[in-house]
Design a protein around this ligand. Structure first.
Ligand SMILES: [Zn+2]
Length: 323
């Protein structure tokens, strides 16, 4: 089945471990994903907090990760990059997995909003505000004192809206979340976050947050990281479906999808039964076993994400590789 997954960290991991994006032994590879018969994978450039310590460190790190993508794309005869609405639409006719580039941690812009344009020109179409720690845009999920967004953070949210870059509030603190969502008229997504009521972790979303995301026309991508699925920290595919069911009951089926976080966690911390991209088929099996309709399954596996991308990306956009 066609699929859309809102988050993986494979680009960063492949760079650090010098692995190929097409064939590798990671949780996600393009070759394995192609076997699903088409889809869109959001691939994040994850800027770890340690890169914030040196001058321009976060910006340089993000560029190095994006270079990894460009190196692959330049030697591939298949144009996989999703840059605009048309590319989203055309992906349905392709049996190759397409890729939407995101940035996980707005610290990548080094406090300079012009760098949002720069990354846009490198093909990035989704960006988060923070990782777990605070940065110059605002407070992260594990902040010690939640002050929400900074003035620059408010400008950043508006900048993303104007450019047609999707705002990802995964990893934001609660106050940053509310500041951001009330400062944009675009849909807001949580690319890889789960339900707080089912697993009380700071990275998960409270009911009012889930309702606000739904109201914005956004989506919550369910993450396969055991610690966000289940308080016993040992989760499997049934737990993934529990989080889907909770969101369906709270706000309806149209606001939930996949946000695997492949290669952002170790195998032993990944929910059993969904330890790599091919195994997302086990979610379909579990949804069927729990009597989800074909229409609901289609929405969860791709159609909800598809609608968010269609609604929030620009119609036609220029993209210039700077590699
Ligand atoms: Zn993450």
């Amino acid at each position: 089945m066609f699929y859309i997954d809102g988050h993986c960290d494979t680009l960063s991991k492949a760079l650090d471990e010098d692995k190929d994006l097409y064939i590798n032994d990671l949780q996600f590879s393009l070759n394995a994903a192609d076997k699903l018969g088409g889809g869109i994978q959001v691939m994040a450039s994850f800027v770890d907090t340690k890169y914030l310590n040196s001058k321009n460190g976060a910006f340089i790190r993000c560029n190095n990760i994006l270079n990894k993508w460009d190196e692959y794309q330049l030697r591939s005869d298949c144009d996989r990059l999703i840059k605009n609405k048309d590319d989203v639409c055309n992906s349905l006719d392709s049996n190759k997995t397409k890729v939407l580039l995101s940035i996980e941690n707005g610290a990548a812009i080094n406090g300079n909003l012009n760098n949002v344009d720069y990354f846009y020109n490198r093909g990035v179409r989704m960006m988060s505000i923070t990782w777990n720690d605070d940065n110059e845009l605002g407070c992260g999920a594990k902040t010690k004192e939640d002050k929400g967004l900074t003035d620059l953070g408010f400008e950043y949210v508006k900048k993303l809206e104007n450019l047609g870059v999707i705002l990802d509030i995964s990893h934001s603190s609660e106050k940053s979340f509310w500041n951001a969502i009330s400062n944009t008229s675009n849909s807001v997504v949580a690319s890889h976050s789960n339900v707080y009521e089912l697993c009380k972790n700071q990275r998960n979303l409270k009911d009012e947050q889930i309702k606000a995301i739904a109201k914005s026309g956004g989506i919550i991508g369910i993450c396969f990281y055991s610690e966000f699925l289940n308080e016993n920290k040992r989760a499997d595919v049934v737990d993934v479906v529990e989080h889907i069911k909770y969101i369906k009951k709270l706000v309806g089926i149209n606001y939930v999808g996949l946000g695997s976080d492949f290669d952002g966690m170790s195998i032993d911390k990944t929910a059993k039964g969904v330890e790599n991209i091919i195994e997302i088929n086990n979610i379909i099996k579990e949804l069927k076993r729990q009597c989800f309709s074909d229409e609901d399954i289609r929405k969860i596996m791709w159609n909800n994400w598809y609608n968010v991308l269609q609604r929030n990306l620009k119609a036609k956009t220029l993209y210039k590789s700077v590699f």
